[in-house]
Design a protein around this ligand. Structure first.
Ligand SMILES: NC(=O)c1ccc[n+]([C@@H]2O[C@H](COP(=O)([O-])OP(=O)(O)OC[C@H]3O[C@@H](n4cnc5c(N)ncnc54)[C@H](O)[C@@H]3O)[C@@H](O)[C@H]2O)c1
Ligand SMILES: O=C(O)C[C@H](O)C(=O)O
Ligand SMILES: [Mn+2]
Length: 556
């Protein structure tokens, strides 16, 4: 990063630009040159002093949502200070700016609305996107949502822009994307959430969700205008509902470097935890997996477990035989007319279960665990508490080291709490959760709980893809990302029971992921960048929260 930059704004406009504002850290020379005299308190401070004051103010907020709103306001007036503060308190503040509090912030988005942010695309403005995008600065990264499947809390309409903002915060914090070059997008295509439609404060389009052609007309128009304006930018799809998640991913994945975080990012995250839990994959092929929830996350996890098993030498048939996929109605079986295209390859043949004992028409989760000898349970159902005592104990009957991954968010939707999973298995379970959980004290031992969240994957994938200049993002990059992430889990951490790195190590883990993703893109012939440039881009983040010296444009 350059230490000085030319700046054309001055006076009030400069103080109001969140990307350039330094507040009390403007030096006396800058105050004179940029017409800031009289507009600031006389004391000149360092970034470090400002961070200390902001941390003190932050602590005056007593609940997570208030803290979130405090940080969002700071983000709107001084990006450098915002990221410097987060960097100093990553473990404490990640649950505030991201999962789980981001869920609450999204649910109350309209009520707590202050400053507009990002790009809102709707049926009234989509035909003018060419002109609208002209107004936006050079963008290299977008996170876009239609907000129909926010975490496990469903349709959140316009407020869903909060997830795009949250994910982009992580891209900057742990992968160094310049915040001025990232853009949160929401497709405000209506909402079917009745309580939002009846909320007097609701700010989105107050109408039922657009479906089918009308919906895709808007997305097509966006992709076309976006690619024209920012031909090299990367796009992350986030929190679409399951049907659209797959349709949207497939429709555009060969047109621009894009991926669906819930499908692909989550798949790689879960696979990484499983590899770390099985001595770097040595015992992965001995496991029998049950994935609960056959939507975006569940199918992504299933697909990546399958890819991981292939990579470890199993045949396609053997790999598939290790995985059991459960939906709302029980085990997914071939021939069921409700099966979706992407589910069908993992549905079980009726012959597979002909020797099983089960009571109803379709085996339940418990019956599947018992009959199939399940050793690893992965929850992506959004069904809080679905891993009951009976279920967890049944897995423990099959193995001395049950792998219990309760990946649904936010916190109250976790399929089981770590405390219960450990209590019900006498401390034997290897537990991971999607939301942050505190350490568990059980029978004289402290267990650390790894956060199996895609934030260990997507920033690194974006970074790697950007460094390599890859034009598309095939699934192989995610499998590579999974193996890379597993390598970053230290022995010390594993001994304490956690199969993901500490949140404090997010940067290091994502950098390792980025390197492996970039190398894989090169190996697949997808990279368009000279190797030396790519290496340099992986060495250091593009942007860091430090103040630079401002020079008037004429002087530079
Ligand atoms: N940890 C992570 O990084 C991560 C990433 C993505 C999603 N998730 C979580 O996974 C959950 C699902 O998200 P998604 O994007 O896949 O949503 P989705 O709507 O695409 O899929 C959810 C699926 O679960 C099924 N389901 C609902 N209740 C069920 C039950 N009781 N038993 C079995 N299946 C049930 C639904 O029919 C649906 O197919 C959410 O809570 C989300 O927060 C976590
Ligand atoms: O947002 C998260 O915390 C992870 C994931 O993308 C989810 O939808 O739950
Ligand atoms: Mn998500």
């Amino acid at each position: 990063m350059k230490t000085s930059i030319p700046v054309s704004l001055q006076g009030r406009a400069l103080l109001q630009d969140p990307f350039l504002n330094k507040g009390t850290a403007f030096t006396p020379e800058e105050r004179a040159r940029f017409h800031l005299e009289g507009r600031l308190p006389p004391r000149v401070e360092t970034l470090h002093e400002q961070v200390q004051r902001m941390y003190a103010q932050y602590q005056e907020n007593h609940n997570p949502l208030e803290k979130h709103l405090f940080l969002r306001s700071l983000q709107e007036y001084n990006r450098t200070l915002y990221y410097a503060l987060l960097q100093n308190h990553v473990e404490e503040m990640l649950p505030i700016v991201y999962t789980p509090t981001v869920g609450e912030a999204i649910q109350t988005y309209s009520t707590n609305f202050r400053e507009p942010r990002g790009l809102v695309v709707n049926r009234e403005n989509y035909i003018r996107l060419d002109e609208i995008l002209e107004e936006y600065d050079d963008t290299e990264l977008v996170v876009a949502t239609d907000a129909e499947g926010i975490l496990g809390i469903g349709d959140q309409g316009f407020g869903g822009i909060g997830i795009s903002i949250g994910k982009l915060t992580l891209y900057t914090l742990v992968a160094g994307f310049d915040p001025a070059r990232t853009l949160p997008v929401v497709f405000d295509v209506g909402t079917d959430n009745q309580s939002l439609l009846q909320d007097p404060y609701y700010l989105g389009m107050r109408e039922p969700r657009l479906r089918g052609e009308a919906y895709f007309e808007i997305l097509d128009a966006f992709i076309e205008a976006f690619q024209k304006r920012f031909p090299h930018a990367i796009l992350q799809w986030e929190d679409f509902s399951r049907g659209n998640a797959f349709r949207v991913l497939e429709r555009y994945r060969n047109r621009l470097p894009s991926f669906n975080d819930d499908i692909q990012g989550t798949g790689a995250t879960a696979l990484a935890g499983l590899i770390a839990a099985t001595d770097q994959g040595k015992h992965l092929k001995d496991q029998k997996f049950l994935v609960l929830g056959a939507g975006a996350g569940g199918m992504g996890v299933t697909g990546q477990i399958y890819q991981g098993l292939l990579q470890l030498g199993l045949s396609a048939e053997e790999a598939r035989s290790r995985i059991y996929l459960m939906g709302r109605n029980g085990l997914l079986l071939q021939g069921d007319s409700r099966l979706e295209d992407h589910q069908a390859p993992f549905a079980r043949a009726v012959q597979d279960i002909q020797n099983w004992t089960f009571a109803g028409q379709i085996p339940s989760m418990l019956e599947t665990i018992q009959n199939a000898g399940i050793t690893a349970l992965l929850g992506l159902s959004g069904a809080g508490g679905a891993f009951t005592e009976e279920v967890v104990r049944a897995v423990h009957q099959n193995t001395s080291t049950p792998l219990i991954f309760a990946l649904s968010n936010p916190t109250h939707l976790a399929e089981v709490t770590p405390e219960h999973a450990l209590a019900w298995t006498d401390g034997a379970a290897i537990v991971a959760t999607g939301s942050p959980f505190p350490d568990v004290y059980h029978a004289g031992r402290i267990y650390e709980i790894g956060q199996g969240n895609n934030t260990f994957i997507f920033p690194g994938v974006g970074w790697g893809v950007q460094a390599a200049g890859a034009s598309t993002i095939p699934d192989e990059l995610f499998t590579a990302a999974a193996f890379a992430l597993a390598e970053t889990v230290s022995t010390e951490r594993l001994q304490k029971g956690a199969v993901f790195p500490r949140i404090a190590d997010l940067f290091r883990a994502n950098q390792h992921v980025a390197r492996k993703v970039a190398a894989t893109a090169v190996a697949l012939g997808l990279s368009s960048r000279p190797v030396a440039e790519m290496e340099a881009a992986l060495q250091e983040p593009e942007w860091a929260p430090v103040y630079r010296t401002y020079l008037p444009v004429d002087d530079s």
